[in-house]
Ligand binder design. Structure first.
Ligand code: SF4
Length: 210
């Protein structure tokens, strides 16, 4: 019998690959995988990796990035953490640690090859993937990805209209570190965000009526 999403999630939450069989340097702390897969949600938030606050809370987006992301989506905390609405599965489940300048390291490269494809297979109901940042865009967007994050996000209309299923919509990371990027790219708040809010509202209403 094939594994259920619940069992696979349980195994992922107990994962120790990055300390026991790391590619390169081991994770500098005990693993704490943070992911919220769902067999009901039709929208997947494909994010990057937990930061320090999320590492402590064990819940995705319990930080300023989460506040900004909820604002972008136009949803309350309650709606955001409702597994009937959103699955939240980052590209790396554990906080990867920080570099010498205090910036978060990229998602652990062991994670997606180990877990992503089987998790996606057990969430066939996902209709829309919000690809947050380069790593999620590289994994989920295929030909709809462009040379840089800015070009990929700028190309959002074409990406969204592509015939691939699930549909994808690229976003930058909502981190405060991207505040400068948001200022340099005003089309994001003027064009993409109103569309995103409308699309999320429409899809949540449609799921409730099913
Ligand atoms: S980052 Fe992923 S692969 Fe590495 S220990 Fe955490 S769950 Fe396992």
């Amino acid at each position: 019998m094939s594994e259920s999403l619940e069992d696979l999630t349980r195994r992922a939450r107990a994962c120790r690959i990055c300390v026991e069989q790391p590619v390169g340097r081991p994770l500098p702390h005990e693993p704490r995988p943070v992911l919220l897969p769902s067999s009901q949600a039709r929208i997947l938030i494909a994010s990057q990796a937990p930061g320090t606050k999320v590492h402590l809370s064990g819940m995705p987006f319990t930080d300023a990035s989460g506040d900004r992301l909820r604002n972008w989506l136009g949803v309350t905390r309650e709606e955001f953490y409702d597994l009937k609405n959103f699955a939240i599965v980052p590209m790396g489940f554990c906080f990867p640690g920080q570099d010498a300048k205090g910036g978060d390291l990229p998602p652990r490269r062991e994670c997606a090859p180990a877990w992503r494809a089987p998790l996606m297979e057990l969430m066939p109901q996902i209709e829309l993937v919000l690809t947050i940042g380069l790593y999620a865009q590289a994994w989920h967007m295929g030909d709809a990805r462009r040379g840089s994050l800015t070009e990929t996000v700028m190309n959002w209309r074409e990406a969204f209209a592509a015939p691939s299923r699930p549909v994808v919509l690229p976003l930058p990371h909502p981190s405060w570190r991207n505040t400068g990027w948001l200022k340099r790219n005003p089309w994001f708040e003027m064009d993409l965000l109103p569309f995103l809010k409308m699309e999320i509202r429409r899809r949540l209403a449609a799921s409730r009526s099913k």
